[in-house]
Write a protein that binds this ligand. Sequence first.
Ligand code: DX5
Ligand code: ZN
Length: 216
Amino acid sequence: MNPAVVAPSLLAANHGAFAQGVRTVEEAGLTWLHVDIMDGHFVPNISFGPQVVADLRPLTKLHFDVHLMLSHPDRYVEAFAQAGAERLTVHVEADHDVAKTIAAIKSAGLSAGIAMNPDADPRRLLPYLDSVDLVLCMTVFPGFGGQSFIPSVLDSIRFIAAERAKRGASFRLEVDGGITVETGRRCREAGADTFVAGTAFFKAPDRKAFAAALTA
Ligand code: DX5
Ligand code: ZN
């Protein structure tokens, strides 16, 4: 079993002060930072690009868990590897050769993840489960922070967790979107071990306590 990890999403930090957002995550005693990259095409919102990742890299040892919400993620693997990402997750719904992109991520020396939207059939991920380090089950439709958790994704999480057990695999099972202490607990019971939290983390009055409750 993978130890539980909380990965606060930089998307919910003040975009005029990302360095402060990074410090906030470190002060909560956490080790991962979830970095949402949006192209205004795969999703209807634009966030920021590899330069932000590169500029934050020398400021912290946080593990950069980069979630690419891009129509052509394959075109940006090199840029994010150069920028200092540790992990790149790409969507099964994007316009690319998924197996090839996963191979490119790994040959750049990074951990590779595959993501699916809340309405995707989790069986679409089966061909990739033996080659990824992480599966991301989106618990909202990607594009914006602050949305409500979609409970039907719990079935997909259970399906992926069962496949992981069947294969004796050890990839992480990450959830992202609308994660609170309560929805996080439901995901954990379904088999998730990696919890992205944007709004709930940055708004928590006691962020250390929030993270502890999410992994308790
Ligand atoms: C949504 C992003 C999420 C987002 C989560 O497209 O992938 O990472 O920041 O935000 P909250 O936790 O506010 O739902
Ligand atoms: Zn994300």
